[in-house]
Ligand binder design. Structure first.
Ligand code: RP5
Length: 173
């Protein structure tokens, strides 16, 4: 197994299901990653150790997901110059707006690239795009992925024209 290029960090195992959507995408593109549970509030020393050592460990991008008073991505970003992508995780109480605001409203000087609530899928794609800056093969794979997205739109459009909206909606079920 090659050395991980992407670190997927989360504040709790309750974030794991959401964050695993990012891991699946990285696997599909053949990019090595590691997953880590390290809470900014419950285990700040571990977060600091991980963030400070991330670049030397060979990581190129960190995806950090947290819910509630979500300080994990920002704290990691403060301790490394690697790009950090923040994933706000939906909480049962406030639905993720709490984490979204916590992660996106970083002070000037320490950015976190924040994706949508529960957006681990897009976080992984953004990580791949960053890696693709120096990896032509990966860039080609991303272009192919985009072509597939476009083909999916074309296929739906043709189906809609062919069937009409009533039949289309019925089949969507
Ligand atoms: C955050 O608190 C975690 O990222 C998680 O989203 C949330 C709840 O954690 P648990 O109480 O489920 O461990 O730090």
């Amino acid at each position: 197994m090659s050395r991980p290029l992407v670190g997927i960090v989360m504040g709790s195992d309750s974030d794991l299901e959401i964050m695993s959507a990012g891991a699946v995408i990285l696997e599909q593109f053949g990019v090595a990653y590691e997953m880590v549970i390290a809470s900014a509030h419950r285990h700040p020393e571990k977060v600091a150790r991980y963030a400070r050592g991330a670049a030397d460990a060979g990581l190129k991008v960190i995806i950090a997901g947290a819910g509630g008073a979500a300080h994990l991505p920002g704290v990691i970003a403060s301790l490394t110059t690697l790009p950090v992508i923040g994933v706000p995780i939906a909480s049962p109480q406030l639905g993720g707006v709490d984490a979204l605001y916590s992660i996106v409203q970083m002070p000037r000087g320490i950015p976190v690239a924040t994706v949508s609530i529960n957006g681990a899928y897009n976080a992984a794609l953004l990580a791949l795009q960053i890696l693709a800056l120096e990896d032509e093969t990966l860039k080609e794979k991303l272009l192919d992925f985009r072509r597939q997205l476009a083909a999916g739109v074309e296929e739906k459009d043709s189906r809609l024209r062919e069937k009409g909206f009533r039949k289309y909606l019925k089949e969507q079920g």
